[in-house]
Ligand binder design. Structure first.
Ligand SMILES: Cc1cc2nc3c(=O)[nH]c(=O)nc-3n(C[C@H](O)[C@H](O)[C@H](O)COP(=O)(O)OP(=O)(O)OC[C@H]3O[C@@H](n4cnc5c(N)ncnc54)[C@H](O)[C@@H]3O)c2cc1C
Length: 434
């Protein structure tokens, strides 16, 4: 299968470095840890193992970055879907502090990977991210959160912006104010994932593309788990499942979809903006999100408007959600009404029932790490490493992200119609400004 026809593919340079071994796998291998999935999670796990001198083999059904890692919005954020004040209310202050540290650790890892693997093409910029409030009520709520984080966690990176400031910076009249998180940034996601893979391969990592894992079986002895592919096998002591919202590609990994509610997330990119609009819109070149439940986000890339949102409707590859996304973009930015949309693509994000990523072991040989709730660029880069530690029997600090075994989403078989009902309800509430 080819990568999604995204702006990232169009902007990507030719593959100057080899990013994988000769693909697909066509022989039998033995290693310490087998990793399924070559997105940020799987590659971060391979990185952590390589650092410890532990052998690993990474297998992906598709080209590197084919999944969400190569087609996302490239917003590098330091937050979870659950706010820190809510975490404190539900789990106490110590937990909120640990979760806050984990969130910022993710951004540090992205910086480190870009430096260590020398990935200038990923264009990482520590721009900050502006959360734009669509109603007064939403503005009050994000202001209170920023104040709480400042006074309780002593985090000075969140600052409030007035309506006038947000209007001036975004070029949209659609917002009543905003909160700027300074510890955030933007990246070219496909270049980032390819850059990590190329760096790992240069150091001797074994990554095989176009190699779907068809079965995960038990075997005798220390290498007690066997991955079957169409032309070879990998025997390992441990396996890490890093397939996230694409876990249902084969029967072997589909049990891991039961942790998740898949939401389709789509993006469009316009033609290059004329000079006057380029000078007016998103002048600080940050990433921008809004407070609606069916959140939209946007940033400027290559002189174009990149605009994304979750719609939950339809199957991958369908384009009917893209026109709705264009209308949403024009509603916020009427100046873009006549600007052509040149790219449109979508992918799946893995939402979880508790709105947090899940890292754990499903049995004595298998570790899973998934469910980033649409914010995995930084978090998957971090948690893949923690998953590797867990697979080796270490005890990484995971706080609320630690899972004991697989916990299927309740009423899993109803999740597809359920998602549509919830999405429709959210759209109604958003339209009412509730
Ligand atoms: C449109 C979109 C926009 C997004 N925007 C943002 C954003 O701006 N910021 C942000 O932080 N996050 C964003 N995300 C989320 C983020 O991209 C993901 O959380 C992150 O990429 C997950 O990485 P991963 O490695 O766990 O999974 P993926 O990158 O999805 O990788 C999983 C891999 O597993 C492979 N696989 C699956 N099953 C098998 C099998 N049986 N055998 C072999 N291989 C298999 C797949 O081929 C795939 O390559 C977005 C996601 C989407 C879809």
């Amino acid at each position: 299968m080819q990568d999604a026809p995204s702006l990232w593919r169009a902007l990507a340079g030719p593959l100057q470095q080899r990013v994988s071994m000769d693909a697909p796998l066509d022989r039998d291998l033995v290693t310490e840890v087998a990793i399924i999935g070559a997105g940020y999670t799987g590659l971060a796990a391979a990185y952590a193992l390589q650092k410890r001198g532990v052998g690993s083999v990474v297998l992906d059904a598709n080209p590197i970055g084919w999944g969400a890692s190569g087609r996302n919005g490239g917003v590098v954020s330091s937050k979870f879907r659950l706010s820190f004040p809510l975490i404190e209310r539900l789990h106490g202050l110590d937990t909120a502090k640990t979760m806050h540290r984990l969130a910022h650790d993710g951004v540090r890892v992205v910086e480190q990977f870009v430096d260590e693997f020398e990935i200038p093409r990923a264009q990482f910029e520590h721009t900050g991210s502006l959360r734009c409030a669509h109603t007064d009520r939403a503005f009050e709520s994000i202001k209170a959160e920023a104040e709480w984080v400042r006074t309780t966690l002593n985090d000075r990176t969140m600052t409030v912006q007035s309506r006038a400031e947000v209007t001036r910076e975004t070029g949209s009249n659609g917002f009543v104010g905003g909160v700027l998180s300074a510890d955030a940034g933007t990246i070219y996601p496909l270049e980032y994932v390819r850059g990590i893979a190329a760096g790992l391969v240069k150091r001797g990592a074994e990554i095989y593309e176009s190699t779907p894992v068809l079965a995960i079986e038990r075997a005798e002895g220390r290498a007690g788990v066997m991955l079957r592919t169409s032309r070879g096998t990998v025997r390992a002591n441990q396996v890490i499942v890093a397939t996230n919202a694409y876990s249902n590609l084969t029967e072997a990994t589909s049990p891991f979809t039961r942790e998740l509610v898949p939401f389709r997330s789509a993006m469009i990119a316009t033609e290059r903006l004329p000079d006057d609009l380029d000078a007016k819109l998103m002048t600080e070149r940050r990433s921008y999100t809004e407070t609606r439940r069916m959140m939209k986000w946007f940033r400027k890339v290559d002189g174009r408007m990149l605009f994304g949102g979750r719609d939950a409707f339809g199957k991958e590859g369908r384009t009917d959600g893209l026109e709705a996304l264009r209308r949403a973009m024009v509603a916020l930015f009427p100046d873009l009404a006549e600007v052509r949309v040149e790219y449109g693509w979508s992918g799946y994000v893995g939402m979880t029932f508790n709105a947090l990523p899940h890292v754990g072991r499903s049995d004595d040989r298998t570790t899973f790490c998934l469910g980033y709730n649409g914010a995995g660029v930084a978090m998957a880069s971090l948690l893949g490493q923690h998953a590797a530690a867990l697979a080796l029997g270490e005890k990484p600090e995971l706080s609320l992200l630690a899972q004991r075994g697989l916990k299927p989403v309740p009423f899993h078989s109803l999740r597809a119609p359920g998602v549509r009902v919830v999405a429709a309800w959210y759209q109604i509430l958003d339209a009412m400004g509730a």
